[in-house]
Design a binder for this molecule. Sequence first.
Ligand SMILES: NC(=O)c1ccc[n+]([C@@H]2O[C@H](COP(=O)([O-])OP(=O)(O)OC[C@H]3O[C@@H](n4cnc5c(N)ncnc54)[C@H](O)[C@@H]3O)[C@@H](O)[C@H]2O)c1
Length: 431
Amino acid sequence: MVGTGYVGLVVGACLAETGNNVCCADIDTKKIESLRNNVLPIYEPGLEPLVERNQKEGRLSFTTSLEEAIASAEVLFIAVGTPPEENGAADLKYVLQVAALVGRHMTREMVVVTKSTVPVGSAAKVAAEVAKEAKFPFHICSNPEFLKEGDAVGDFMRPDRIVLGVESAHARRVMMDIYAPFVRTGKPILVMDISSAEMTKYAANGMLATRISFMNEIANLCDELGANVDFVRKGIGSDSRIGQSFLFPGPGFGGSCFPKDVRALLRMGAECGVPLDVLAAVESANERQKRLLVQKLRCALGEELAGRRIGLWGLAFKAGTDDMREAPSLTLIDALLDEGVSICAHDPAAVEHARALLGNRIDYAETNYEALAGADALVVVTDWNEYRHPDFERVKRTLRQPVIVDGRNLYDVEKMRELGVRYYSIGRPSA
Ligand SMILES: NC(=O)c1ccc[n+]([C@@H]2O[C@H](COP(=O)([O-])OP(=O)(O)OC[C@H]3O[C@@H](n4cnc5c(N)ncnc54)[C@H](O)[C@@H]3O)[C@@H](O)[C@H]2O)c1
């Protein structure tokens, strides 16, 4: 497994858990050193015991030597980052660097798997790179990953489906063997051509991002027209053609996948002259949504925000992770700091990452209540469980005035009214 980030580490640990010998390699020496000591560089529920147990039992090892990992492997997963380039395209630099090393250091026939999210046509580039120095036959497989941060172990152990893009019987057989333990309940392994597998990953993320932006816009319209998005959501979600998932409005999507994958998909469309108007709108609607909470704060506190202090609950782009990549909290914080607002934030997992990005531009609180001391309003950005049912009397006592702007619709409007809280959420009546 080359690349031990959110994906590589989870996949490596889960594959070791089913009995495979997995060697995880990364160029980040600090990361590898701490993993050897069972100290995880990321927050991901349920991952630590897997890493510790499998390392102790000798099925999972960590190295900074890519050469060593490649030389010992029959199957090599490439799970390095594919960050966006300036023009939105996924940057294949790291993937192709690894591919070049695979050709150089392989010691036997191999299956080379792209686990990273890569644009259609990337597998061919990986194959060409490996082929330059390969002394043994090799087989390419595109095996996109659908896990979600915050429940990554559960998703990998009990996937809805596995997608395999292959072009040889050998790759198909080897990969079906590896994944057999994960589909004992009958979930499908979908075998297809490589281009379709690569496209499937982008189409999945494009669809999920579309649902989010669509619901955000419907919620904004509810706000204007006096409808309640909670009812609307249930009203449409109970249609079996629509379903209940991904219908919650919020402060815009973020994270390491949706924003970058939508942009990469748009770039793919632009490069081959296929308009992707829906996705272009998904992106611009999301950029607008990320600024919605500033407007809500103006409704709550008045046009002039300079000199105000805000208690902010949640920095991570969503609950269950410490990932801050493209988090809506960052857009909100930048906008508020520009206005002259001071901020004290709490997050159960992401403070360390936030500090690295924001330094002392904001204050950080040890507990969620501490973040409210002297604040003019509480703004909820991430839907962590511990924010769902707080001690509201304490919230009221600690804030300078009882104002809550809720970017996740966590609280009951009627209850807020009874408590005497001035409450603003998304697509629902204010209290
Ligand atoms: N994070 C997710 O939820 C998720 C889900 C599905 C797919 N993906 C995709 O998986 C890929 C990895 O994502 P991630 O979130 O795990 O990224 P990440 O940034 O957390 O991890 C990438 C790792 O690769 C390492 N790396 C970079 N270049 C390397 C090289 N040349 N050799 C060895 N290691 C190298 C980095 O040090 C880092 O540890 C991306 O393409 C992403 O789009 C991510």
